[in-house]
Design a protein around this ligand. Structure first.
Ligand code: SAM
Length: 305
């Protein structure tokens, strides 16, 4: 008989169990599996064959909105029962789903679009499943995050993903300052209605001269990248009516040195003071945005301008 040189063996998950390989000791029932499946962000062609198969062979599909996801599941001939898991019921759903997994169910988690947990629910379920010893299998695929980074033309990685910024308050100000001073590019999810305001706030936070891109309707018919400086984009989106979904990518500070270079730091301190910041506020900005230690930040904040 001819023996093939290479044989593909599907990976087998070996679980430790009390039988220690002794066939006379009964094996425990195999636990189930939680599959975290990325689904399209607008183009059905982007669901991977593996993702489709993971949905078709699941015992239960969890999605944010059953009305939204049913057509997708039908399209891919996934006929398992569907239940909702969203930010408002995730805490109460988790114990029930973990019990199902412990009984051996294969559960697929999807979100309205893209990759679950990326600004979408599912983190609690994944953590609880891991804590219960359940196998968690990510099935990678579409996400607006990576599509935006790849098409933005701002140098690829490294980058920091912010998801949605806070809508108002101190935390938003802190985030805007962070984006403005960050050495790496920043990726922000934004609603079309708030895009203009966020760009204007970034200009106010001091990164108007930085290059940026707005990625709109990724993978869809009207996909568009609009590129320019943050100020140019703020000007454009001050007036423009934005339709569809958008991701904002902002170039990082030219180098880490821009943030840690002593002259650049002094220049920043001058700007903050000119804007009315107290010594204490300057010190905490130095810690948060320039990575200074508390002592050093305190000393710098008291130096002559
Ligand atoms: N889990 C998704 C992912 O992996 O990208 C993101 C879900 S989050 C609730 C929705 C946000 O993602 C939108 O407000 C928008 O910022 C971004 N987004 C999703 N689909 C998009 C698309 N086709 N084009 C541009 N942005 C998109």
């Amino acid at each position: 008989m001819r023996v093939p040189c290479f044989a593909f063996t599907p990976p087998v998950l070996v679980r430790a169990d009390a039988s220690n390989g002794d066939p006379s000791i009964p094996h425990p029932e195999p636990a189930g599996e939680l599959r975290v499946v990325a689904t399209p962000i607008g183009n059905l062609g982007d669901l991977s064959p593996r993702g489709a198969d993971a949905l078709r062979t699941a015992d239960l599909v969890l999605c944010e909105d059953t009305r939204h996801s049913r057509p997708l599941l039908r399209h891919f001939e996934a006929h398992a029962p569907v239940e909702a898991l969203h930010e408002h019921n995730e805490a109460s759903m988790v114990p029930r789903v973990v019990s199902r997994l412990q009984e051996g169910a294969v559960v697929a988690l999807i979100s309205d679009a893209g990759t679950p947990l990326v600004s979408d629910p599912g983190a609690r379920l994944v953590e609880a499943a891991i804590a219960a010893g359940i196998r968690v299998t990510p099935i990678p695929g579409p996400s607006a995050l990576l599509a935006a980074v790849v098409g933005a033309g701002l140098g690829g990685g490294p980058f920091t993903f912010f998801g949605f910024l806070e809508r108002k308050g101190k935390e938003r100000q802190r985030q805007l300052a962070y984006v403005s001073a960050h050495p790496y590019q920043s990726v922000v999810y934004e609603s079309p209605q708030r895009l203009g305001a966020t760009l204007a706030d970034l200009v106010a936070a001091g990164c108007g001269g930085r290059r940026a891109a707005v990625a709109r309707e990724l993978t869809k018919h009207f996909e568009e990248f609009r590129r320019g400086t943050v100020s140019e984009l703020a000007e454009y989106y001050r007036e423009a009516t934005v339709r569809g979904e958008v991701v904002l990518v902002v170039e990082g500070a030219a180098t880490v040195a821009e943030v840690v270079d002593p002259d650049a730091v002094r220049e920043r301190i001058r700007e903050w003071r000119a804007a009315g910041a107290s010594a204490r506020e300057v010190a905490s900005k130095l810690v948060e945005e320039c990575g200074k230690t508390r002592n050093e930040a305190y000393r710098l904040s008291l130096e002559e301008p």
